[in-house]
Design a protein around this ligand. Structure first.
Ligand code: ADE
Length: 421
């Protein structure tokens, strides 16, 4: 049987397989879940449409769902994040349907999402909410079979909550992002490391002694700031939220407005989830040689149209993934990865050992959604607490870390109110 698919080059499959196996060695929690799934088959006959970054880590999640009996169809959640070898291996080596080609245009991107929706999914998996939005706006014919969904990232959860508030969300969706074992690790340590990794692979600049401006101090921003500081940068944070700004100040960073920071920064990294965080008024103040990168989900944080309008000529590609904008004869600004999320555009995304936890959450939540089909409301749900804690325990076990348990006396103390001073 031929597997419905559209990938760049099937001959890349052997390379993709080796890479998927490499990632799998660092995904021990997911491995254990896969072993259990292949025996118990909790997803037998469940059709899943997954719109995720097509990486080696995602490949191992797809293998896990397929081992549980699911029929999976994967498409990309970003046109620049697809690893073509991984896509080829999923089709050729693991028999999983994939529609994803790195660098695809917007028309092709949505054609691939439509192909995943054509499989009449019972479960949707999304990273940024593009598949769910397509389903609700253009493909309502495919809503009937859907029992639930998952959303991987902060941006997607924000969009889903807006859908719920507007009364249009048609089925329950679990916010994977909000699990402790997701955002405290993937967002902080994953984005922290992989965003810097992408910028360094693309530019090879030295961070030590440079001023790095981190726009946004959510979990991802905290990770990026910490890693930039760890490499010797002088880190400036910009924020709009007073509590987060205060936290950044007390974490020891210089906090200022984006306009103040614009005059000082050598490297700017946006991680806010909002649009036009860096715009014309900031570009006009930037130093010659300033480098701009985005680590937020969508390519809206840096106003590239405004930058293009300020430049005297179209952008010039000076290195793979680096474009030069000439703003004046003596002032050039560089953009990494076309302003798309830099960790996936210019590197390989988060390392496997941190995706292990996020994707363990995904696999266990899908099992939970199938077990609770028909019992849930049309709303955004948190990851059940016991799944979150189970993933933390499994991760510790695979790391060989043991922790204490409360004694019966301590447990009883925590459950009473009478004893005080
Ligand atoms: N998001 C960030 N990093 C990722 C990765 N390695 N795989 C899938 N999704 C990701």
């Amino acid at each position: 049987m031929t597997i419905p698919s559209e990938v760049a080059d099937r001959s890349l499959a052997p390379e993709g397989r080796t890479r998927i196996e490499w990632a799998d060695q660092h995904m021990r929690v997911l491995q254990r879940i896969r072993e259990r799934f292949s025996k118990q088959k909790p997803l037998e006959g469940v059709r899943i449409a997954a719109c995720l970054h097509v990486t080696t880590e995602t490949a191992n999640l797809m293998r896990t769902l397929a081992a549980g009996g699911a029929e999976v169809s994967l498409c990309a959640s970003n046109p620049l994040s697809t690893q073509d070898a991984t896509a080829a291996a999923l089709v050729e080596e693991y028999g999983i349907s994939v529609h994803a080609v790195r660098g695809i245009d917007a028309e092709g991107y949505y054609r691939h999402i439509d192909a995943a929706l054509d499989t009449r999914p019972m479960i949707t998996m999304d990273d940024g909410c593009d598949l769910v939005t397509r389903l609700h706006q253009r493909r309502r014919d495919r809503l009937a079979d859907v029992i639930g969904g998952t959303e991987e990232t902060t941006t997607g959860v924000i969009r889903l909550r807006a859908m719920q508030a507007a009364g249009v969300l048609a089925y329950p969706v679990v916010a994977i992002n909000d699990a402790d074992t997701k955002h405290l690790f993937d967002n902080r340590y994953g984005t922290g490391q992989s965003a810097i990794d992408g910028i360094l692979r693309a530019t090879n600049v030295l961070l030590a002694g440079r001023t790095v401006v981190v726009c946004g101090y959510g979990m991802c921003g905290r990770g990026v700031a910490a890693r930039a500081r760890g490499m010797g940068a002088d880190v400036v944070v910009t924020e709009v939220d007073p509590t987060r700004a205060l936290e950044a100040a007390m974490d020891g960073y210089r906090v200022m407005t984006a306009s103040e920071a614009a005059t000082q920064g050598d490297l700017f990294i946006t991680v806010t989830g909002d649009k036009h965080v860096l715009r014309a008024e900031h570009f006009e103040l930037m130093k010659d040689g300033a480098i701009l990168a985005n680590a937020g989900h969508f390519d809206i944080e840096i106003d590239l149209q405004a930058l293009g309008a300020l430049a005297s000529a179209p952008p010039r590609r000076v290195r793979p993934e680096v474009d030069e904008y000439v703003l004046a004869p003596d002032r050039r600004v560089y953009v990494v990865g076309e302003g798309r999320l830099v960790n996936l555009a210019a590197a390989e995304g988060h390392p496997a050992s941190v995706m292990d936890m996020s994707f363990a959450d995904q696999a266990l939540v899908i099992e939970w959604l199938v077990a609770h089909a028909g019992e849930l409301e049309r709303q955004v749900y948190p990851v059940p607490r016991d799944i979150d804690r189970q993933v933390a325990r499994l991760k510790l076990e695979t790391m060989g870390v043991r922790i204490d348990e409360l004694t019966p006396e301590q447990q009883a103390y925590l459950e009473q109110w009478e004893q005080g001073t």
